[in-house]
Design a protein around this ligand. Structure first.
Ligand SMILES: [Zn+2]
Length: 370
């Protein structure tokens, strides 16, 4: 499914084994190394394997300062994040200052990771699922208008072109921002559509919230880095932070990652959506007593149109249900999808690993600053 090589694994199992081994090599060297594995119920990997969200913690159990790195929120994007973490752990000492803790979350969405998809087994974009399910779900009438045009009957160029014409017409009529809100802001009505946020909290959502409460309820400060791929300059880190400029959280994020990190330079989006239900939204809501800063770091892959094709490809693939009738087109769509989020290009992989390891180092160093 994913072509292995250049520091990247070819499967979830391979990625997990490497990451677990990389954590293990610190046992006895770093203080307080511990691994907790949480098995995804009711679903397995493509080879029938059990799937886990794994948490590695280093340092003081009751730490005041916590640094968290998550990967695989969008399953398939975890191939990059997992490789970054493994490379970092394999080649660096992990020194945790007293009163601090490092938390590494491997495969937040293990089903998507194992099956090479962004979404969960319920076609839910986990990074639109962290909404308040006790309140009415956000409406997205723009998506409802676009949805029929996005559900392709065939995977071929004329069908894809027709979908893009509908998207262009919407953009022309309503503007870039409204288009982004409609297309990828998140929608809660069409469970076969794109950027579907779900109708209930996903297992990964519940599990991650529990881990934040269990491990950081006593903390005074927590900084979180959520690793993704797909937005920004090719192979380069692109920082996304939604805190208001000048706010305490934003100043903290700038102190950790540098004031230049949030310039937005190199964005592949003409206008960002107002996203609903991001994973990082869970941090402030679960840890109201804690000073937090959360950043998403994307490693850029391709231009936005190519990424949109990938989203359409997955929606089409999921609706085929493995039918043999569409086998050649499905193989092509799968290849295109995988390459959108995990490019095979050795240069892309090398530069992602180099930048990613540097980010991990920088985040860890922030535990030494107050
Ligand atoms: Zn992502």
């Amino acid at each position: 499914m994913i072509e292995p090589g250049h520091g990247f694994p070819g499967s979830y199992l391979e990625a997990r084994q490497r990451w677990l081994a990389a954590v293990e090599r610190h046992r006895g060297r770093a203080c307080g190394v511990r691994v907790d594995s949480f098995r995804l119920p009711h679903a397995r990997g493509p080879a029938g394997e059990a799937l886990y969200l794994d948490l590695a913690t280093f340092g003081d159990r009751h730490a005041q300062h916590v640094f968290v790195i998550t990967c695989g929120t969008h399953g398939i994007e975890g191939y990059a994040g997992s490789s970054v973490l493994s490379c970092w752990l394999e080649a660096n000492a992990i020194d945790i200052p007293a009163g601090s803790k490092l938390m590494l979350v491997h495969a937040v969405n293990p089903w998507g990771f194992a099956h090479g998809q962004r979404v969960t087994e319920e076609n839910v974009d986990l990074n639109r699922n962290f909404v308040d399910f006790g309140a009415p779900l956000p409406a997205n009438p723009g998506y409802a208008a676009l949805h029929p045009s996005l559900m392709l009957a065939r995977w071929d160029e004329p069908a894809i072109e027709a979908a893009f014409q509908a998207m262009d017409a919407y953009r022309l009529q309503h503007g870039e921002k409204a288009f982004s809100d409609a297309f990828n802001g998140g929608q809660y009505e069409h469970d076969d559509g794109v950027f579907f946020g779900g109708r209930r909290p996903q297992w990964s959502n519940v599990t991650l919230r529990g881990l934040l409460r269990e491990h950081a309820s006593q903390a005074g400060r927590l900084d979180l880095l959520d690793l993704h791929t797909g937005i920004g300059p090719y192979g380069e880190p692109f920082f996304i932070n939604f805190d208001a400029p000048g706010s305490r959280a934003r100043r903290r994020a700038e102190a950790v990652w540098g004031s230049d990190a949030f310039s937005g330079r190199g964005s592949t989006h003409a206008a960002f959506a107002s996203y609903q239900g991001l994973l990082i939204d869970a941090v402030a809501s679960e840890l109201p007593q804690c000073a937090t800063s959360c950043v998403v770091v994307e490693f850029g892959t391709h231009a936005r149109a190519r990424m949109q094709r990938a989203h359409l490809a997955l929606a089409w693939l999921r609706r085929q249900g493995g039918s043999d009738l569409v086998a050649p087109a499905a193989a092509e769509a799968r290849r295109e999808y995988a390459d959108a989020f995990v490019p095979r290009d050795p240069a892309w992989r090398r530069t992602v690993l180099a930048h990613g390891v540097e980010l991990c180092r920088r985040g860890l160093a922030s535990l030494r600053t107050s």
